[in-house]
Write a protein that binds this ligand. Structure first.
Ligand code: PEP
Length: 255
């Protein structure tokens, strides 16, 4: 049985004080509410230590938004997996569409980051997703298959329990245009079949696949209600404790 994960990507937003109070509020509401759902937040790097402190003793997990594949060295502006671990992270986003399409990150670099995460004790969330022109050209499955295979190159089945996949159609991120439950469901089922071909059906069945792209309190339940949707990666709506908690609540399995 795959546990639902709801993850909040705070991107390049907030101030340290706002991040701290958002983290406290998410922790408080998570303690009170949905123990059946895993919750994680991904603050900007300079706020990690403050957020780690605010989350201390709570079940909310902390993650980094990205990492460099090298452990240390002359990589100005970059942050290593070891640094994220030291700051209290246990998870990390890899290959987010903004990394791929704003910063030009390649599949090869994404794969190196997945390995760096695993080697530094961070559970990677590998993000994949097609752009609008790729969907309109009927190339969605081709893009997803390529990003998934490349991102997981030389990752063994033994490490797969630590890997989460996030399907994030680029046209749905930050646009208010959410994928319909059926569109999400088809993409997730496709990704799971790809995982089954590569790692076998047991591993594929056990791997969590999140949906991300304009998730809001009013569409969370219908998305998580799809058989292959195992949670949500939330951007904008994770910046407000009330809407994030409503998404967590809407994603919780009925008692
Ligand atoms: C994201 O940042 O991964 C994301 C899905 O953003 P939003 O929810 O704002 O579309």
């Amino acid at each position: 049985m795959r546990r639902i994960l709801v993850a909040g990507n705070w991107k390049m937003n907030l101030t340290v004080e706002k991040a701290r109070s958002l983290a406290r509020e998410v922790a408080r509401r998570t303690r009170e509410g949905a123990a059946a759902v895993d919750v994680a937040v991904f603050p900007p790097y300079p706020y990690l230590l403050a957020v780690a402190e605010a989350l201390s003793g709570s079940p909310v997990r902390l993650g980094g938004q990205d990492l460099h594949w090298e452990a240390e060295g002359a990589f100005t502006g970059a942050v290593s997996g070891a640094m994220l671990r030291e700051a209290g992270c246990r998870m990390v986003l890899v290959g987010h569409s903004e990394r791929r399409h704003v910063f030009g990150e390649t599949d090869v670099q994404t794969n190196k980051k997945v390995h760096a995460a695993l080697n530094h004790g961070l559970d990677p969330i590998l993000c994949v997703g097609e752009k609008l022109d790729e969907r309109e050209a009927g190339r969605t499955e081709q893009v997803l298959a390529r990003q998934l295979a490349a991102g997981l190159e030389v990752v063994g089945g033994r490490d797969m329990p630590r890997v989460t996949i996030a399907y994030e159609p680029v046209w749905a991120i930050g646009t208010g245009r959410t994928a319909t439950p059926q569109t999400a469901s088809e993409a997730h089922a496709f990704l799971r079949r790809q995982l089954a071909e590569r790692f076998g059906s047991d591993t594929a069945e056990a791997t969590r696949i999140l949906y991300g792209g304009s998730v809001k309190p009013d569409n969370a339940a219908s998305l998580v209600g799809q058989p292959d949707v195992d949670g949500l990666l939330v951007g904008g709506a994770s910046l407000d404790a009330e809407s994030f908690s409503a998404i967590v609540k809407g994603s919780s399995p009925p008692c």
